[in-house]
Design a protein around this ligand. Structure first.
Ligand code: GDP
Ligand code: GDP
Length: 455
């Protein structure tokens, strides 16, 4: 009865949208200045600012949701590299490596006004070895006269060059049609839907927080390297590690063990690598150095894990070094700085002494449980009914918006759709989320709540 006023098809549609599974991933790669960011902006419909970043400025986000011809996918922007520090070829190769690891298809952007360079040729080799579908974008073809330049890119051996002007939009539609043909319906890494198999953990955190020490402590001698990445690197990537009597798959341990001491420019590369690991994982264990103040870089990593919708555990490391005063200030910092993951289980560990290592597994299990929780529709609506009765939305402009009906459209992480008779204010949504957590737990998981308003 609470559904009154809603067309069942509309409800279905909204649930389908909010409950979509993982999206296929499209990576946009190419040399600096060929127009990757401009193209990404064009693809995502300028809903998010990308291009105004100065070259080389570290970005927090690398992936955006996009839609074309009714199909949704993720676009990964690999622009913004510190080319001077990493070296041009290194940075472009690193992008390609990232694309290979994470993407289901690749758009390779070439500046048609320049033609194919040696760096372009080198990337083509990497891409070909990876065996992912590639769509060739001949960019900066702003008019008819550029078509010949585009045609000359047939020589790259990647099939038809699609002449595009990312700046003006010319040709992007045709190119996106080709992208949709190249993209699978569902990503190769079907996150939650894998039946059986070890759970996937990404151990993340800024440099020197103790990731490598922790990994060595928990892994001991009996680790099994399970996946040598084909193509750009011979490093072992994922390892099976026994922890608390359970086998877990730790993602990209090569990235953890390899201690690249490049200067500043390595940051963006490290953050891409972290993003790739998080995308492949089910749970992110975020390591924070408890002996130091929580930093902007810590926050960035947390945001990355939360936005990618993974289960999250926070581990404060180097606990052995803390005196009473630092512990006091840390508590205050956690209150003021870590509000966005107040729901995540916390463990205070020491990779050196082994303190509280045994608490890691229960925390991870709690987070996965929250992440996979499904609330039956009946129970959810009984709960929503109570909220509406006890804490109605404030009256605005003589009207009182009301939640009419809700349903959980998906899990991993839990996604809810609320149908309402009017716009629900931000504060009220926050309140509903807080109450949902109080009632149903959801420890260690982000929650997605979308609201549909009956016009
Ligand atoms: P990125 O380094 O590959 O991300 O390149 P950007 O997107 O930052 O673009 C580099 C420069 O090329 C900018 O000045 C853009 O305005 C310009 N640009 C990008 N796409 C086009 C295009 O289709 N036509 C023209 N004429 N310029 C473009
Ligand atoms: P990563 O860059 O995150 O992999 O960090 P490392 O594992 O290389 O650790 C960085 C430094 O912190 C090393 O000197 C470690 O010995 C030290 N370290 C790591 N964990 C702890 C800990 O729990 N206690 C103390 N006192 N030092 C630690």
């Amino acid at each position: 009865a609470a559904q009154e006023g809603f067309d069942p098809e509309e409800v279905e549609g909204a649930i389908g949208e909010a409950g979509h599974g993982p999206l296929p991933v499209l990576a946009v790669v190419g040399r600096p200045n060929v127009g990757k960011s401009t193209l990404v902006n064009r693809i995502i419909g300028r809903r998010e600012a990308v291009v105004q970043d100065k070259p080389g400025v570290t970005r927090d986000r690398v992936s955006y949701e996009a839609e074309w011809a009714g199909r949704r996918f993720k676009v990964v922007d690999t622009g913004g590299w510190e080319q001077d520090v990493l070296g041009l070829d290194a940075s472009v190769a690193a992008q390609a490596e990232y694309a290979i690891e994470t993407a289901d298809a690749v758009v390779f952007v070439v500046d048609a006004t320049v033609g194919a360079t040696d760096t372009d040729e080198a990337v083509v080799k990497l891409l070909r070895r990876a065996g992912k579908p590639v769509v060739l974008c001949a960019n900066k073809v702003d008019g008819q006269s550029g078509e010949a330049d585009a045609a000359s890119l047939w020589s790259l051996g990647l099939g038809e060059p699609h002449p595009v002007s990312s700046l003006h939009g010319r040709g992007t539609g045709d190119m996106l049609d080709a992208v949709l043909e190249a993209l699978p319906e569902a990503p190769a890494q079907t996150f939650g839907t894998t039946v059986g198999g070890p759970r996937r953990i990404a151990l993340i955190g800024r440099p020197n927080v103790g990731k490598s020490s922790l990994l060595n402590k928990v892994a001991g001698e009996d680790r099994v390297v399970v996946n040598a990445l084909a193509g750009t690197t011979r490093d072992p990537v994922d390892e099976l590690i026994q922890l608390g009597g359970i086998t877990w798959k730790f993602i990209d341990t090569a990235g953890i063990r390899r201690r690249v001491h490049l200067q500043e420019g390595a940051d963006y590369y490290a953050s891409l690598r972290t993003a790739a690991a998080v995308e492949k994982a089910e749970v992110a264990v975020i390591l924070i150095d408890a002996s130091e103040s929580i930093s902007v870089q810590d926050q960035r990593i947390i945001t990355m894990a939360v936005e990618s919708g993974r289960a999250v555990v926070v581990a404060f490391n180097k606990w052995d070094t803390l005196d009473e005063e630092r512990r006091y200030y840390l508590e205050r910092e956690i209150e003021t700085e870590l509000g966005q993951i107040a729901w995540a289980p916390r463990v205070n560990v020491s990779a050196v002494t082994g303190r509280h290592m045994e608490k890691l597994v229960p925390a991870i299990e709690t987070a996965i449980e929250g992440w996979e929780t499904r609330i039956p529709t009946g129970r959810l609506n009984a709960f929503l009914g109570e909220i509406v009765a006890s804490h109605p939305h404030p009256v605005r402009g003589g009207k009182q918006p009301r939640i009419l009906f809700g349903t959980q459209a998906g899990t991993k992480p839990p996604r809810f759709v609320l149908f309402a008779s009017g716009f629900l204010e931000h504060g009220y949504r926050r309140f509903v989320e807080r109450r949902l957590r109080e009632e149903f737990g959801f420890e260690g998981t982000p929650l997605h709540i979308s609201v549909r308003v009956r016009e």
